[in-house]
Design a protein around this ligand. Structure first.
Ligand code: KG4
Ligand code: ZN
Length: 339
């Protein structure tokens, strides 16, 4: 069986399409939405409209670049959830339309499962190191912070997660407090490289088991800055690099502390990171250093597969196709979707 599958991702603010042939990703086309920047966050209504505008050209480009005709496709895959319902609806409706028109089976994909399977993408057949089962994956994005125990491609379980904000949200909200543009995570990362990570300290809410809480840090950070700005109105500008470096160190430490505990609890030394925040250099370097110290095999995704993309959706779809896991045409998107 050498399936050729078209995969569509539209869960948040990236419209993306990818064609996978016999498990090899042929391309990964992404249209990002700049429209949200001036609002300081993703505006769901605008995201849905931008998906409507972008989806046809993104899909056409993926199919054309793959050098296949629509009639050679064996299935259409789409992100069913979790995500913004209006955004998901655009991808789901388009996938159904194509499946109906071409008389092809449909494959629904869980976006969070896809972030984990991004580690198995080998684009155009390029070989790369892949985690072996079972492994632990810290999935960190703008909407999620989870430690996932991955037993097999399609068999995974959340063993720890945030009880409130996601770590990406903490990065973005802290950036907003400093008047940095959205999304602030990458900017904090950039400035952090130039600063002293030990200059400022922040408090932490410690949750039981392997869970996280990131809502407290936001308030703590806001009060800290208000207090300092009272003494020196230019405090943020004068200390931007040190503030970013200290905050990033704090957030990364919160994440890695839990990863150490999970590794000990499950006696697993295969450790991966995934999701938008896995693009963070502090987290990437921190995990690498920790891995060397602990004797772990560490897996860090390529930048293009950290943030939302359809190649990772295609990867899940490939394994589902092999197992014959298809879904009916009346499948609806889910804003919340268990792993
Ligand atoms: O996975 P993703 O593209 O979308 C969601 O499913 O949320 O993740 C987006 C999140 C945003 O919060 C963004 O600020 C964060 O990932 N992010 C980063 C970096 N690059 C993206 N956070 C910190 N450092 C980065 N380099
Ligand atoms: Zn995502």
């Amino acid at each position: 069986m050498q399936p050729i599958i078209l995969a569509i991702e539209s869960s948040c603010d990236e419209t993306s399409a990818s064609v996978i042939s016999n498990g090899k990703v042929l391309n990964n086309i992404i249209a990002s939405q700049a429209v949200h920047q001036k609002y300081g966050g993703v505006v769901p209504e605008l995201a849905s409209r931008a998906h409507q505008q972008n989806i046809v050209s993104v899909i056409e480009e993926a199919i054309q670049l793959a050098g296949v005709s629509k009639t050679q496709l064996d299935a259409i895959a789409f992100t069913r959830g979790p995500g913004l319902i209006g955004s998901l609806l655009v991808g789901v409706a388009f996938a159904k339309g194509m499946a109906l028109a071409l008389d092809l089976p449909l494959i629904e994909v869980n976006h969070m499962q896809a972030h984990v399977l991004a580690h198995f993408i080998s684009e155009n057949g390029k070989e790369k190191r892949k985690p072996s089962f079972p492994f632990l994956c810290l999935t960190v994005s703008g909407g999620h912070t989870q430690i996932v125990l991955v037993r097999d491609y399609l068999d995974m379980e959340i063993v720890g997660q945030t009880q409130d904000d996601a770590v990406g949200e903490a990065f973005d909200k802290a950036a907003k407090i400093m008047n940095l543009p959205y999304p602030g995570g990458p900017l904090i990362d950039k400035y952090a490289k130039l600063g002293n990570p030990d200059k400022f300290r922040f408090s932490e809410t410690v949750m039981p088991n392997l869970d996280f809480s990131f809502s407290g840090i936001k308030t703590n950070f806001l009060y800290f800055l208000r207090n300092e700005v009272k003494k020196n109105p230019d405090f943020i500008a004068d200390n931007l690099h040190d503030i970013c470096a200290s905050l990033q160190k704090h957030l990364v430490n919160m994440l890695l502390t839990r990863v150490i505990q999970a590794s000990e609890r499950f006696k697993i030394k295969e450790v991966a990171i995934a999701g938008g925040v896995s693009a963070n250099s502090g987290l990437r370097d921190g995990l690498q250093i920790l891995g060397n110290k602990k004797g772990w095999n560490v897996y860090i995704p390529e930048f293009q597969y950290c943030t939302d993309n359809a190649a990772m959706i295609a990867m899940v779809a490939h394994f589902k196709y092999l197992k014959g896991e298809f879904c009916p045409l009346d499948t609806v998107p889910l804003a919340r979707m268990p792993l």
